[in-house]
Every structure is written in structure tokens, then in C-alpha cells.
Design a binder for this molecule. Structure first.
Ligand SMILES: [Zn+2]
Length: 295
């Protein structure tokens, strides 16, 4: 399975699978060639995997069947003969969703090209996506989220895959923001921390950006912790790592890293960005020593 550029999303899928929190309706977006099909199969495997430990194991019979495209409960929906899926096909699929899975835990429908779903198809699908059986899952693959109507989109968690150019630019921007957060932590000021996270929220941080931000912040704090154990931090955040190491204790840094890790794992699924940043501000503030809370 191709992880590479988007390995964070793969890690988040594993974390969500561990918590049993894989959402039943997912919108996988990204440019052509960004690996939407591979990710969809990976998620389907995570839903069907029968291994006792981390899912997907990619080794059990269920995982291998999903990977080979022969799992009876995982349906790839695509019609080479039509530009738009025939209405009858969509109706049949909705009826099929109500028949219990053959051998797996879930019944999964992968819409490999959501451009094949016009408004009429999506209207038919809506009710099943909204209130279908608990075991049914729907994965919509699209270059553009706008291909899916707001009615269905509002039911979906979007996972945004990135191409090479986007990855470098977004990571750079998020590292800058992570350094700003670390600066607020160094100053030990709860008010600065809260207002900074509030500003981020109002800047309408998107879910994938939040993930990149949390991940970059965690890396800088981890570098600071290494610094305290006498190991040098990687070049780009050496200076900030050193400041953090001076201003915070090992216990504080470990607590912060733990919070950032937990939020990062959850950031791909089921939590609104605003809600998450509010909780993050409160959790981080609780770790700052009392004397630093007042100016
Ligand atoms: Zn497995």
C-alpha cells in the first residue's frame, strides 16, 4: 500500500481503527494520482480486518481479500459503460445495503469516481447514507469535494490526500504556526496561548491543516525533550527546541507531547476543528506552572 506523502492519514486511519472510530461515511479527495483508491482499500481493510491487534494487519484472510479486490462485502462502484451511474444501479445498491454482510463485519461501498454520481443519484443515496444499517459504510472518492452535494457531504468526514507540491507548501506553513504555538508555551502565558489558538480557529483552519499543525508542534516539543536529554534537535527547529528546553520541565514537555499526540490522532475523525482548538488551549494551559499563569 502506498503511504509515502500521505503517511499521516494512514497513521490516523490506524489510530481511528484502534478506537473503533472509523466513520461510516468518508469523502476521500485529492488530485489525480494521490492514491485515493489505495487509501480506500486500506480503510476497507481496517473495517474488515479480523486480526486481534492493530488494524488493518494486511495479513489476515479478510485484509488479503480486500487488497485483492475480492472481498464479498466490499463493493467497488464504477460503471465503465456510462458517464453517470444509472439510477437503477444506485437503487439496487441501496437495497443491497440492507442485506447483512456475507462474511465481514461491515458492508462497504467504494464510489471510485464520485463524478459518476449526479444530483439524482445522490438524492437516492442520501437516505441510506443517513440512516442505513450500522454495518454499512460509504467511501466517496473525488478529485474535488464539490462533486458531492452538501446534503451528503455534511454526513461525511473528509480525508484530503495531497500531491507532492501541496505537501511541501502546507508543511512549511504549519511549521511556522507550530513555532508560534511553542513561543506561547515558552512564555508560559495562558492568555497568549488561548488567544493564539482562537486566532487559528478564526483563520478557519481546515482539518488537514490542523493535523499538520498538531504534528509539527509535537515534533518541535519532542525535539525539545531530546535536547533536555542532551541530544541535538534537527536544524530547522533547533533554536525553538532549545528555548522550550530551557523554559519547560521534562514533565511539562512530556504532558504537552501526549496531548498533541492524542489530538493529532483524533484530528482526522469526528471532532470539529473549533471544538478541538478550544479543548487544546485548556489542556495546555493546565500544564503550565501556576506561577507562570499570572503574568
Ligand atoms: Zn487483517
Amino acid at each position: 500500500m502506498a503511504e509515502g506523502l500521505n503517511d499521516r492519514i494512514y497513521e490516523q486511519v490506524r489510530a481511528a481503527a484502534r478506537r473503533g472510530a472509523l466513520h461510516h461515511a468518508l469523502l476521500l479527495t485529492g488530485p489525480r494520482g494521490s492514491g485515493k483508491g489505495e487509501l480506500a482499500r486500506y480503510i476497507a481493510a481496517a473495517m474488515e480486518c479480523t486480526a486481534p491487534g492493530d488494524k488493518p494487519c494486511m495479513a489476515c484472510a479478510a485484509c488479503r481479500k480486500v487488497a485483492a479486490g475480492i472481498h464479498p462485502d466490499v463493493t467497488a462502484v464504477r460503471d465503465e459503460g456510462h458517464k453517470i451511474l444509472p439510477v437503477d444501479t444506485v437503487r439496487a445498491l441501496c437495497a443491497d445495503a440492507y442485506i447483512r454482510p456475507n462474511e465481514g463485519a461491515r458492508k462497504i461501498y467504494i464510489f471510485e469516481d464520485s463524478a459518476q454520481l449526479d444530483g439524482r443519484c445522490q438524492d437516492i443515496l442520501l437516505k441510506t447514507v443517513e440512516e442505513g444499517p450500522r454495518y454499512a459504510a460509504f467511501l466517496f472518492l473525488s478529485e474535488n469535494a464539490a462533486a458531492i452535494l452538501p446534503t451528503i457531504r455534511s454526513r461525511c468526514v473528509e480525508l484530503k490526500l495531497r500531491g507532492a507540491a501541496e505537501t511541501a507548501a502546507e508543511d512549511g506553513a504549519m511549521l511556522d504556526r507550530a513555532l508560534e504555538l511553542c513561543d506561547a508555551l515558552c512564555q508560559g502565558r495562558e492568555d497568549i496561548l488561548a488567544s493564539y489558538l482562537c486566532a487559528l480557529e478564526q483563520g478557519k483552519l481546515k482539518r488537514p491543516e490542523l493535523s499538520a499543525f498538531l504534528s509539527a508542534s509535537r515534533e518541535v516539543c519532542a525535539a525539545a525533550l531530546l535536547r533536555q536529554y542532551g541530544r541535538k534537535a534537527p536544524g530547522i527547529y533547533e533554536e525553538m527546541a532549545e528555548r522550550l528546553a530551557k523554559n519547560l520541565t521534562k514533565a511539562q514537555l512530556m504532558g504537552i507531547i501526549e496531548i498533541l499526540q492524542k489530538d493529532w490522532e483524533q484530528s482526522a475523525f469526528n471532532v470539529g476543528v473549533g471544538h478541538m482548538l478550544g479543548a487544546l488551549a485548556a489542556e495546555l494551559a493546565a500544564l503550565l506552572p501556576a506561577k507562570q499563569k499570572e503574568k
